[in-house]
Design a binder for this molecule. Structure first.
Ligand SMILES: [Zn+2]
Length: 199
C-alpha cells in the first residue's frame, strides 16, 4: 500500500495538486480541535465543522482524549496556544468510538499471540507504566469528554482565558452535541437561592 501511495504522491506533486491547500502554519480561526483518529472522521470532521486547510490545529489520537496532564495531546495543545495563537479548543469525541470498549485484557491476549512475552509486559509494569490505565477504554463517552475538558481547563500551564468546550459528533451525520460540565448549571440556581434568602 505504501508503495502505491508513493506513486500517487509523485503524480500529485507533478500536477501541482497542492496549490489549493497552500496556507501558513498559523490557524486562521485561532482554533484547536482534539478528536479521534477514527477513519469515519478523516474528512467528515473538518467538513461538518466547516474547516478548511489552514483554519485549525487538528490533534488526533485514539478516543480524542487527554489521558494525563503531560501527555502528547496536552503538549500539542500547549504548543498550539503559545506558539501558534490558538484561543479556543474543541474536544470532539464521536459516537460508536472504537476506543470506548478497549480492554487491557484483550490487548494482553493479542500481544502475547503476536510474540510479546509475559516477561516484557511484567518489566514494563515494574518500570511504573500502568498498562491497564494506558490501554483501557472509557465506558461513558460524555463523562470522558467532561474529564478531558476539565483536565485542559484546569491545567496549570493553560491560560485561564482559553475557551475549552466539549462535544460528541455523530459518526454518520456529523451532527455535534455539546457536552456541558454538570457543575456549571447546578451552581447557578444554588447561588440565586442564596441571594433570595438573604433578601
Ligand atoms: Zn474513536
Amino acid at each position: 500500500m505504501i508503495d502505491q501511495i508513493l506513486d500517487y504522491n509523485k503524480d500529485f506533486v507533478a500536477r501541482k495538486g497542492y496549490e489549493k491547500y497552500l496556507t501558513s502554519k498559523y490557524p486562521d480561526k485561532k482554533l484547536a480541535v482534539l478528536s479521534c483518529m477514527d477513519t469515519r472522521l478523516t474528512e467528515l470532521l473538518p467538513a461538518a465543522l466547516g474547516l478548511k486547510n489552514g483554519d485549525a490545529k487538528i490533534i488526533k489520537n485514539a478516543g480524542g482524549l487527554v489521558i494525563s496532564a503531560f501527555d502528547s495531546a496536552m503538549r500539542s495543545l500547549i504548543v498550539a496556544i503559545y506558539e501558534l495563537g490558538v484561543e479556543e479548543i474543541m474536544v470532539v469525541a464521536h459516537s460508536h468510538c472504537g476506543a470506548c470498549h478497549m480492554s487491557f485484557d484483550h490487548f494482553q491476549h493479542e500481544m502475547i499471540a503476536r510474540g510479546v512475552s509475559d516477561e516484557t509486559l511484567d518489566t514494563i509494569q515494574k518500570c511504573g507504566i500502568n498498562l491497564h490505565h494506558w490501554l483501557e477504554g472509557f465506558k461513558d463517552t460524555p463523562e470522558s469528554v467532561r474529564k478531558t475538558v476539565e483536565t485542559i481547563k484546569t491545567h496549570p500551564l493553560i491560560p485561564r482565558d482559553i475557551v475549552v468546550r466539549g462535544f460528541i459528533i455523530d459518526s454518520e451525520t456529523g451532527a455535534l452535541e455539546e457536552i456541558k460540565n454538570d457543575e456549571q448549571p447546578e451552581a447557578k440556581p444554588r447561588d440565586e437561592g442564596k441571594v433570595k434568602y438573604i433578601k
